[in-house]
Design a binder for this molecule. Structure first.
Ligand code: COA
Length: 417
């Protein structure tokens, strides 16, 4: 465990230190907004999971910070796992590169073990930071930019969906957004489980707008029942040739294909706009198959959720596998040696799994980082082996294990935490 450097102490933080927390956060993530503006916003933090680093001689001086969100119902292939969402990681520029992040990561891992959370997840400010700590890239996000009026293939029943456009509000829409978002069964699709996170998600404030309008919502209903929604903001732009506004979709949730068709159709045809961006989509989002001409859309791919396996047997038995599996892994894990060594993983397709220590010969050798990448079923073991990151010791086993570790639904998350 990386010790906290001598002249610093690691301390729990309480709500009364919110101004210090925001001040430090503004040093780590520069912003044009003032501390006064930031203080008007509801804090998404869970204070019992928020920790700071202070100068030992001046405990009032906060120099680093990390927190985590409880994702008690994090979807994984065929199940749910208690996960920690590492967040608000920041070190004041004056004290960077002295090992404070390393000490905070080890503290976070110890808390995960203490709280019975076998997996830690994060979305990274810079992809180069977290691999060294055993986080593997587990989900990607696609962003589509489409022209207004982009054609969609028809879906029967779409006409029966009515769509109401409203200004988003916690009071009016909090319950339906929380309910529909939590009903999505996609590995890695963490939801805003705490009241603080749910509140933050539907809070609108001038500092979030960046020249765009207030937060809007399109609510899709079938027979008076809400079956989907899209959060979005438009931005006006008047060019010489006329209006060239844009629509930025923040998050779209649809209970079925007709709802997805109805919501995208409305958003693709808003007056005074010429372009629409999709928000974060998983690799297999239905929009990709709905679009008649995918080539007309500009698609960008980025890293999304990073996964760190904290407790290997608990994590691997929390998920299912899509084929029968019998494999011995030889795992390296410098930071959490309890995960290191040989493990036999056996599972029935879409059934229960067993994970136990073994002295048997290893079939596959890999680092915990790669197991994190493969954990949500999106990155295949074969793909990682192709990059030299998984070694096959018994011929043939790699393909079998790669199939078993996959999942019919691609992993993804709709928001950055
Ligand atoms: C990223 C940040 C938290 C790193 O904190 P830090 O205390 O300087 O990190 P440490 O000193 O513990 O560094 C540990 C290792 O990670 C490396 N590292 C740290 N930040 C890195 C970065 N941004 N890119 C690549 N490597 C990085 C260090 O070089 C060091 O490597 P080493 O072990 O080989 O010497 C800090 O620079 C920061 O707050 N940045 C701005 C906000 C931010 O990006 N936060 C992360 C949010 S997800």
């Amino acid at each position: 465990m990386a010790p906290i450097p001598d002249t610093f102490d690691l301390v729990p933080l309480t709500r009364d230190r919110l101004p210090d927390v925001l001040e430090l956060d503004m040093w780590a993530f520069p912003t044009g907004d003032s501390l006064e503006d930031m203080l008007t916003l509801p804090s998404p933090l869970s204070w019992d999971r928020t920790f700071g680093v202070v100068e030992a001689d001046h405990p009032e001086r906060l120099v680093a910070l990390h927190a985590s969100y409880p994702f008690a119902q994090c979807p994984v292939p065929g199940g749910r796992v208690r996960a920690a969402g590492l967040t608000w990681v920041g070190v004041h520029p004056q004290w960077r590169r002295r090992g404070l992040l390393s000490a905070m990561i080890d503290t976070h891992f110890a808390h995960c073990r203490q709280w019975g959370e076998p997996v830690s997840l994060l979305t990274a400010s810079e992809p180069a930071i977290y691999g060294r700590f055993g986080y593997g890239l587990a989900t990607r996000r696609l962003h589509l930019t489409m022209k207004r009026g982009a054609a969609l293939r028809p879906v029967p029943g779409s006409d029966e969906i009515s769509v109401r456009f409203e200004t988003a509000s916690l009071d009016r829409h909090g319950e339906l957004v929380a309910r529909l978002h939590a009903a999505v069964d996609r590995p890695g699709w963490v939801t805003r489980e705490t009241p603080q996170l749910a509140t933050m998600w539907l809070t609108d404030a001038p500092i979030f707008r960046e020249g765009r309008e207030v937060q809007r919502i399109a609510v899709a209903e079938r027979g008076g029942e809400a079956v989907g929604y899209a959060l979005f903001r438009r931005k006006s732009n008047w060019a010489d040739s006329g209006p060239e506004g844009t629509v930025g979709v923040q998050e779209l949730v649809a209970a079925d294909p007709a709802v997805a068709h109805a919501l995208w159709s409305r958003l693709l045809d808003l007056d005074l706009t010429t372009e629409i961006t999709s928000g974060m989509l998983a690799d297999d989002d239905p929009l990709l198959s709905l679009l008649v001409d995918l080539r007309a859309a500009k698609v960008t791919v980025k890293d999304n959720v990073w996964a760190r396996i904290i407790d290997l047997p608990a994590a691997l038995t929390a998920r299912q596998y899509q084929a029968d599996l019998a494999v011995v892994f030889d795992v390296t894990d410098e930071r959490l040696p309890a995960n290191a060594g040989r493990w036999r993983v056996t599972a029935e397709a879409f059934g229960a799994a067993r994970v136990e220590r073994t002295d048997a010969e290893a079939d596959l050798a890999l680092d915990i980082r790669e197991l994190g990448s493969a954990y949500l079923g999106g990155t295949t073991l074969l793909e990682l082996a192709g990059a030299g990151l998984v070694k096959e010791r018994r011929p043939g086993v790699l393909r079998e294990a790669a199939v078993a570790f996959g999942w019919p639904v691609a992993p993804g998350s709709s928001w950055i935490f």
